[in-house]
Design a protein around this ligand. Structure first.
Ligand code: SAM
Ligand code: SF4
Ligand code: SF4
Length: 345
């Protein structure tokens, strides 16, 4: 924050805010758009969300409003910010918004999660705007399977072109996320590891999760990370690494032969709610304190009331938070969950 003369004014911090389980808020996932150009069956299945059906952006927050959200969260202690969607690269004017965000005091890590289908055209603008890091979702290196896993909407060649453009633009240590489903893309695991070993990038395998309401999740379709770890380790021996920071969701392993590392996100087989420091805000201004929440807190009026009012309200909501869905999955059973494409993972 700065005054009219450009002098930096210290942020007015709200006290260290802790939820009911003593977890701070450090990490904000901000959705900039509620729609997507893919229809991945595990996230936004076409039969439930027909492509091209009337979509309304009427409630989408403006960049000014989104920036107010970020600034308010920074006062609560957020230092990591990830832009997501839907597909965030569909949002017009994103590089200019990233430039604004990258100048906010307190944001130490500014990243985006994307399906990379539109990245070839945008990578250098994103980099120049000050984006620090990229996470790219990639479930298969087989063109036909890739197409099927994007609901028939994506082309692997576009994503590969996006990756190349991102490397050319100077993005390093790109994270690649692969959701593994039993009987669907299990045999993509080793080719993906082979492709990214030694590349300087980091591949992470994500357990298929029971997010949303219509992805037909079943436990049988989850491939536990332990099983993948064994399979990969038989081919390329691995050793466990310490987390980079408290609350890191991926368990990290290094290749014994020095060819980099891989990660596992095991929300189903090894829940990590105890360290969950993450808030999510949808593109229409709803705050979700858990990936599996059934409803959000409407922030729109609070945003319009300004950063001070919003920061106080966010602190009050966070202090009430007691979510730990993944740890309670078995006892909670079926429940209505917010759709993944609304809050972006
Ligand atoms: N469209 C962007 C993308 O795909 O990278 C950003 C939003 S997408 C919802 C964020 C992440 O959520 C992706 O990596 C995707 O694979 C993951 N995801 C979606 N549905 C999932 C599910 N049912 N289980 C596990 N991960 C899922
Ligand atoms: Fe779109 Fe990402 Fe969901 Fe796939 S995972 S449908 S790319 S939002
Ligand atoms: Fe956090 Fe909810 Fe996931 Fe647990 S289930 S790690 S509380 S988002």
């Amino acid at each position: 924050m700065s005054d009219a003369s450009g002098k930096v004014i210290p942020l007015q911090m709200v006290d260290d805010v802790r939820d009911q389980l003593q977890r701070p808020v450090r990490d904000l996932r901000l959705s900039v758009i509620e729609t997507c150009n893919f229809r991945c069956p595990y996230c936004m299945p076409e039969e439930a969300f027909p492509y091209g059906a009337a979509e309304s952006s009427a409630f989408r927050l403006s960049f000014d409003q989104l920036e107010t959200v970020v600034r308010a969260f920074v006062r609560l202690g957020v230092s990591k910010l990830r832009l997501t969607g839907g597909e965030p690269l569909l949002r017009k004017g994103l590089p200019d918004f990233i430039r604004r965000l990258s100048s906010i005091d307190g944001i130490e890590d500014l990243a985006i999660t994307t399906n990379a289908s539109l990245l070839a055209r945008q990578a250098s603008a994103l980099r120049e705007a000050g984006l620090h890091r990229l996470t790219i979702s990639l479930d298969s290196l087989d063109p036909e399977r890739f197409a099927a896993l994007s609901g028939g909407r994506g082309k692997l060649t576009d994503v590969l072109a996006g990756i190349e453009a991102a490397e050319d633009a100077g993005f390093e240590r790109i994270k690649f996320n692969c959701v593994v489903q039993r009987g669907i893309n299990e045999d993509d695991v080793l080719p993906l590891v082979e492709r990214f070993r030694g590349s300087g990038h980091v591949l992470r395998f994500i357990e298929f999760m029971d997010v949303g309401t219509c992805n037909r999740w079943s436990r049988e379709r989850v491939v536990p990370s332990g099983e993948l770890l064994r399979r990969i380790g038989e081919r390329w021996p691995l050793q466990a690494l310490q987390p980079n920071y408290r609350g890191e969701v991926a368990e990290r392993y290094a290749f014994d032969d020095g060819q980099g590392e891989i990660g596992f996100i095991s929300s189903v087989s090894a829940p990590f709610c105890g360290d969950c420091q993450r808030a999510r805000v949808s593109a229409d201004g709803q705050l979700f304190t858990c990936l599996f929440a059934s409803s959000g807190h409407d922030l729109r009026a609070l945003i319009d009331a300004g950063e001070d009012v919003l920061a106080d309200a966010l602190a009050a909501i966070w202090r009430q938070r007691s979510d730990r869905y993944s740890e309670r999955r078995a006892e909670v059973g079926e429940a209505e969950h917010v759709e993944m494409f609304r809050i972006g993972g």
